[in-house]
Design a protein around this ligand. Structure first.
Ligand code: AMP
Ligand code: MG
Length: 312
């Protein structure tokens, strides 16, 4: 099914969900809204299907995928939950928290999902469309962000088509996503210690060095250049040079603004839409106003630094 060159878009209502479930059952690729960004979902129990995700995104196969589940009960088939991990899942699921936990081998996940690691990244998302889909199928869904690897993440169905039209089977359109940046990723080790691997919408009070993933697997999501708009990006800008498209925040007015009222949650929700607009603008460069490094502001600044880093 994947590989045909027109991607259908349907509303994320009951009929759309049913259609998406049928496509997923037969091994297709479906972009689905979550509360963070649109995910590119496929069944996580089939090596051939998981290989299609990597191919559609052009994603290096050493960068493991997040496995989406209904709840802790389903997640526990695939990973060993320590008391610390269970407490985090119970407090924050469904929601924008991904837990990296010791993987249960022989549990039926395709090896490529975890890129051969002894751990697996699991999340129970809160978005009603993704939840309905997880209820409708009897397998977990591997779902990285629904964009070509290395580029700006999608927060609307249109963003998905801009990079994956013709490469996937279906887009479920659920409108713009609300949290706007990818899930917080936290590793919970055997000894109960907790490390934040990627900042996200949810702050759980531990701050990792941000090098946890890079040290283990050198994943592009954690490498310097990612979320790239394809033009130079200058950060901490208070005004635009003549050849710059300015993304504003608070008092810094831009060509577009992340949040005129300096609200970091609004800024997170608008971040990728602003970057998509900047990428399409005629100006050859992008400048971005400073964003406070509090709460989800940490996730925004993490993504902006990677968007600004020169491509490898
Ligand atoms: P994305 O799907 O694009 O949001 O990226 C998922 C992120 O989760 C990537 O940065 C991966 O490196 C990370 N990830 C997935 N599985 C693992 C794992 N087992 N250990 C560490 N990081 C992981
Ligand atoms: Mg991504």
């Amino acid at each position: 099914m994947s590989g045909k060159n027109v991607t259908e878009v349907v509303l994320a209502g009951p009929e759309g969900i049913a259609k998406a479930a049928r496509i997923l059952e037969s091994g297709g690729l479906v972009a689905v809204p979550t509360e963070t960004v649109y995910g590119l979902a496929a069944r996580a129990d089939s090596p051939e299907v998981v290989a299609r995700i990597y191919a559609a995104k052009g994603r290096p196969d050493f960068n493991p995928l997040i496995v989406h589940v209904r709840d802790v009960e389903q997640a526990a088939r695939y990973a060993a939950f320590s008391p610390a991990a269970l407490a985090l899942a119970q407090a924050h699921w469904p929601g924008p928290l991904t837990l990296v936990l010791p993987r249960r081998a022989e549990a039926g996940l395709a090896e490529a999902v975890t890129a051969g690691l002894p751990t697996v990244a699991l999340r129970a998302p809160a978005h009603p469309a993704m939840r309905a889909l997880l209820e409708a199928v009897d397998f977990p869904l591997a779902a990285p962000s629904a964009n070509r690897s290395g580029f700006i993440s999608p927060t609307t169905a249109k963003h998905v088509l801009a990079s994956l039209d013709g490469r996937i089977d279906l887009v479920l359109d659920g409108g713009p996503t609300t949290a706007g940046v990818e899930s917080t990723i936290v590793a919970v080790r055997y000894d109960g210690s907790v490390e934040e691997l990627r900042p996200g919408p949810l702050s759980i009070g531990v701050h990792g060095e941000g090098k946890g993933i890079a040290a283990r697997i050198e994943a592009p999501g954690q490498l310097a250049s990612h979320y790239a708009p394809g033009k130079p990006v200058r950060l901490e800008a208070s005004e635009a040079a003549p050849d710059e498209f300015l993304i504003g925040f608070g008092a810094v007015k831009g060509d577009v603004t992340l949040s005129a009222s300096a609200d970091v949650s609004e800024a997170a929700a608008r971040l990728y839409a602003c970057l998509h607009e900047a990428a399409r603008a005629p100006q050859p460069r992008i400048a971005v106003a400073p964003v406070p490094d509090d709460g989800v502001g940490r996730a925004i600044n993490d993504r902006l630094r990677r968007a600004a880093a020169p491509a490898a």
